[in-house]
Design a protein around this ligand. Structure first.
Ligand code: BYC
Length: 318
């Protein structure tokens, strides 16, 4: 059999597995473009989790009570854990952690646009948990069925934690709207600032999405950007109403025929501007990541030295 015939047979077997809803595992044959696309998506997802710790990290010393501080700290630690599962899942595809970090720090790899918006008030901790983690869950619930085994399994655990994150955010919002008029106004301001960027988390419209068609065929993505965004818009409308806040989308209207809300258009210029590196906080986020990474170099060096010593002792004993 020629090498082309072999590849075409492997491709057929691969697609057969995908159609049969079998998971693709690290040692299985996979098309090079499938591997590359997964590395791109999973590593950018990992970067988002880690960069996403920064806006909330800034509020650890400003949480209004010990209880709120402990909850926020635990939530941020969860995000670090999510980054870890995702980097590990990406590593099974043959890329190293160092390569991924270098791509992030040099600006070649993206991370979710939302984290380039500043967190200005305590209410933003509510809006981030409720809307940002809320949008993330809608996307990640569907990714639990993604075709790559390690990614799908990582998503199951991540989703459990995200649902706690979303509730803690909504709980902050509920407390604020039931507080003083100033607190309610803070909640409204935060909703106004985070609602549209949260919608942008789902990516460009399907018609503009470069990777969607192939990712849907390979079942890396199970639902399209627009379908997931619609789910989020629908579920958020009643949550806003329950809080007694004004909806930031003045064109939002229930469409009986579609069984969904119709909504206003996202400012796509803003989206493209932020992902091109020109958002409020892009530079600050990357600079902070680089600084923290450099300051942690001694921990990585110590780990390598410890492992080498352990290995040498084991070899000597053997
Ligand atoms: N921001 O062809 P498309 C969290 C890029 S964090 C920036 O539709 P795709 C949390 C896209 O990468 C949760 N870039 O792409 C953490 C592509 O660029 P490249 C994060 C975006 O991949 C801490 C280009 O635009 N979740 O929960 O098919 C605290 C064309 O787009 C964005 C994930 O990462 C964006 N919003 O679909 C709190 C989920 N949108 O790579 C919370 C996993 C698009 O060609 N990822 N781009 O240079 C996905 O599901 C998909 O990658 C996306 C985009 C739906 C995001």
């Amino acid at each position: 059999m020629s090498s082309e015939q072999q590849t075409s047979l492997q491709e057929k077997q691969f697609m057969h597995k995908i159609k049969a809803e079998e998971k693709i595992e690290p040692k299985d044959w996979m098309p090079e473009k499938y591997r590359k696309n997964l590395i791109r998506q999973i590593s950018q997802h990992a970067h988002s989790e880690v960069i996403g710790m920064q806006p909330e990290g800034n509020f650890l010393t400003r949480a209004p009570s010990l209880r709120r501080k402990a909850i926020l700290l635990s939530k941020i630690q969860d995000e670090a854990g999510h980054g870890l599962y995702l980097y590990s899942a990406a590593e099974t595809l043959g890329i190293s952690r160092d390569e991924m970090i270098e791509a992030l720090q040099s600006g070649r790899a993206k991370y979710a646009s939302i984290f380039n918006y500043p967190a200005l008030t305590w209410a933003d901790m509510g809006a981030i948990g409720w809307l940002v983690d809320g949008a993330a869950i809608v996307n990640q619930v569907s990714l639990q069925r993604t075709s790559y085994g390690p990614y799908a399994r990582g998503m199951i655990r991540i989703c459990k934690e995200e649902s706690f994150h979303q509730r803690q955010g909504y709980d902050i919002m509920l407390t604020l709207v039931n507080g003083s008029p100033e607190q309610k106004a803070m909640a409204q301001d935060s909703l106004n600032r985070f609602y549209w960027p949260a919608l942008m988390m789902f990516g460009p419209h399907d018609s503009e999405s470069a990777h969607s068609a192939k990712s849907m065929e390979w079942k890396i993505k199970r639902e399209t950007n627009d379908d997931l965004r619609q789910k989020f818009i629908d579920q958020t409308a009643s949550q806003i109403e329950f809080l007694g806040l004004e909806h930031p989308d003045k064109e939002l209207k229930w469409n009986e025929e579609r069984g969904h809300y119709d909504s206003g258009e996202i400012d796509w210029d803003e989206f493209h501007n932020v992902i091109a590196g020109n958002g409020h906080c892009n530079r600050q986020r990357l600079e902070h990541h680089i600084k923290a990474h450099e300051e942690g170099a001694w921990v990585r060096e110590a780990l390598v030295a410890y492992n080498a010593k352990k290995q040498a002792k084991q070899t000597e004993a053997a």
